[in-house]
Design a protein around this ligand. Structure first.
Ligand code: THU
Length: 130
């Protein structure tokens, strides 16, 4: 199954009763393993979490830290774009050239990279004097 199809499948489990906007994400790591996530909203709205964050948490909980590829899907008019916070979360575990596939449930696909999505990102180099 493709990474997008895995993200499409896990999207069905999203808990999004407040936005009604379900998102699925799937991360493939250097080892070849795949981790899934969906958005999980909360009645206290700021406590909700994004699909990408869920997939990354599952990856780290399994002892992996190197994203090789990531895919995100939603029922949107154009391929869903990860929020700023999720771009930073992906960048923590992905080299700049890592492929990010953005998709809609009706089949539109956009391929990009994390460096394109998050130019000028804050990284550990800025902390080299600490
Ligand atoms: N959302 C994600 O899960 N990932 C994204 O990349 C964009 C937004 C979620 C957060 C919230 O549950 C809903 O979509 C509407 O913003």
């Amino acid at each position: 199954m493709s990474l997008i199809d895995i993200a499409r499948e896990v999207r069905e489990n999203a808990h999004a009763p407040y936005s009604n906007f379900k998102v699925g994400a799937a991360v493939r790591t250097a080892s070849g393993a795949v981790y899934r996530g969906c958005n999980v909203e909360n009645v206290a709205y700021p406590e909700g979490t994004c699909a990408e964050a869920g997939a990354i948490a599952a990856m780290v909980a399994s002892g992996e830290t190197e994203i090789a590829e990531i895919a995100v899907i939603a029922d949107s008019p154009k391929p869903v774009s990860p929020c700023g916070g999720c771009r930073q979360k992906i960048a923590e575990f992905a080299k700049g050239d890592v492929k990010v596939t953005l998709a809609t449930t009706d089949g539109a696909i956009q391929e990009t990279t994390i460096a394109t999505l998050l130019p000028g990102s804050f990284d550990a180099d800025y902390m080299s004097r600490t």
